[in-house]
Design a protein around this ligand. Structure first.
Ligand code: GDG
Length: 483
């Protein structure tokens, strides 16, 4: 893969994200190739980046030497290196051991370690330096997610000419929780380097503005923060979505249809197939949902002729303790449920701890009568939207946690509180027993929502809003009197 020259390396739209949208694959001959990698952010941004021929700055996902920037399938990729220790302290530590649980309502206990914070600062600076080198004059830079919250201000210091946007894919917690963070002020100030800070939901944007007022002392009014130097930072909601058309097209393809049938055959053609697809993460509520389902079987409200639960858990953050513990807990639960309730050739839960190509995901969505998405807290949850996009016959039921961002839009789902096992059981039974007309009415409405609000609309509404923000050199705006 030829490296690209410095001149061609300047980009008008630069995405800065923790991960590059590809994984490095080293063949038997030692040759390096790159393969698309799964994950919410990649699924969401790839179509937009290709359409805009921008540059993407990110970590390749391992600690090997990083190559020079290169072009892969029309996408300019700029790899940023992380050492073994930085992966442990910046990525597994501060990002996934501190911020992830803190921002997800303390579903797990966050750990606070000063050396993790130091690594977070150092790595954020490296991403900011790369963006500063790569962006053309007056370019737009779009920084992604919780791993890089200091980049906006670091980048603004290096390149005041840039228009900078930031988008948070996960929830932004209320002041009462966020205030536990020893470095709360630095994080808020880091984000304020952006012209536009985007969130999944309005409530998250409001949490941010309130914290800025309380903890940093800036004047605010509704969705605007007024900085002493005259700059105005906007904080708004932009609910993310999926490539709806792409998913539907895939679901309609003959091969996916055939594969969906094969999956049902392999499962022994039960009356209904329940499905869960998640990264193996403690925020996703996998354990609670499988427990609810197994109780329905144990109580005889569902039988093994009626149903099977297919749970796909994509391996994730496997070196972080809490994730190892969760994996063991789910292994044990599935083993116990199948041991107690299953019969030869008829397990209650068909559990797959692996990741699959997109085609297989679409076939699973096609094969499932009831999709069960029960996170304790989730920024959006794209799986719920993907399921809806694949149900082109307007059938199938979605059981959805009210604590997923997606519940804001997919109001016709069977909404559940994942902390309430009995409530979940009741909704799963409702979904199982629903009549065709009711399912069609619900699915049609949800399909309209995801068709109208797809990922390209999400990206363009963010970028349009960003390009309409006040130019950074103009210092004329003053806060309204009453705030
Ligand atoms: C974060 C936020 C927010 C999963 N397994 C495989 C696979 N996937 C794809 C799914 C979906 C994506 O990964 C997962 O997205 P989610 O939204 O469900 O969850 P997170 O990974 O936690 O994403 C979340 C999202 O960012 C976007 O802003 O919605 O709230 O937590 O697209 O299809 N894809 C393939 N094989 C797999 O095995 N090909």
């Amino acid at each position: 893969m030829p490296p690209i020259s410095r001149k061609r390396a300047t980009a008008d739209l630069v995405v800065v994200a923790n991960r590059l949208p590809v994984d490095r694959v080293v063949g038997d001959d030692g040759e390096t190739t790159w393969r698309r990698s799964p994950g919410g952010l990649v699924s969401a941004l790839e179509p937009v980046m290709r359409a805009n021929s921008g540059a993407w700055i990110g970590w390749p996902g391992d600690t090997g030497d990083v190559p020079e920037p290169f072009v892969d399938e029309g996408l300019t990729l700029v790899p940023v290196a992380l050492s073994e220790r930085e992966v442990a302290e910046f990525y597994e530590g501060f990002s996934n051991g501190t911020l992830w649980p803190l921002y997800h309502d303390l579903v797990a206990k966050p750990a606070f370690h000063r050396e993790w914070w130091d690594a977070y600062v150092k790595v954020n600076q490296r991403f900011a330096d790369a963006a500063a080198r790569f962006a053309a004059k007056d370019a737009t830079v779009w920084v992604q997610d919780y791993q890089l919250q200091l980049v906006p201000t670091m980048l603004r210091e290096l390149r005041p000419d840039l228009r900078i946007g930031f988008y948070l894919h996960i929830p932004f917690p209320p002041a009462e929780l966020f205030s536990q963070l020893p470095w709360r002020r630095q994080i808020l100030e880091g984000l304020l380097g952006a012209d536009l800070v985007g969130f999944q939901l309005t409530g998250a944007a409001q949490n941010f503005v309130r914290l800025v007022r309380q903890r940093v002392g800036h004047k605010t009014h509704r969705d605007s923060v007024y900085l002493p130097d005259g700059r105005v930072v906007l904080a708004k909601a932009f609910p993310i979505s999926i490539d709806t058309e792409g998913f539907e097209e895939l679901a309609r393809s003959e091969s996916v249809g055939a594969r969906a049938k094969e999956i049902r055959d392999d499962l022994g053609n039960p009356r209904q197939v329940f499905l869960g697809i998640d990264r193996l993460d403690y925020t996703k509520g996998i354990y609670a949902r499988l427990r609810a389902f197994s109780e329905l079987i144990a109580e005889g409200r569902l039988t093994l002729e009626d149903v099977v639960f297919v749970q796909v858990a994509t391996p994730s953050r496997e070196r972080v303790d809490q994730y190892r513990i969760l994996r063991d807990e789910i292994d044990r639960l599935v083993g116990r449920v199948n041991g107690d309730l299953g019969r030869i050739g008829r397990p209650a839960i068909s559990y797959l701890h692996s990741s699959f190509p997109r085609e297989e995901m679409a076939a699973l969505y096609r094969a499932a009568d009831v999709m069960v998405v029960t996170p304790f807290r989730d920024g959006m949850n794209l799986v719920a939207k993907e399921y809806v996009a694949c149900r082109y016959d307007d059938d199938g039921a979605l059981v959805l946690s009210e604590f997923a961002g997606a519940a804001n839009e997919l109001r016709q789902a069977y909404l559940v509180n994942p902390y309430d096992i009995d409530g979940m059981k009741a909704q799963m039974m409702e979904a199982f027993a629903a009549n065709g007309r009711d399912l069609t009415r619900r699915m049609r409405a949800m399909r309209r929502t995801v068709a109208e609000n797809d990922v390209s609309r999400w990206a363009s509404s963010f970028l349009d809003q960003l390009s309409g923000t006040q130019p950074t050199h103009s210092k004329s705006t003053r806060p309204p009197k009453e705030s």
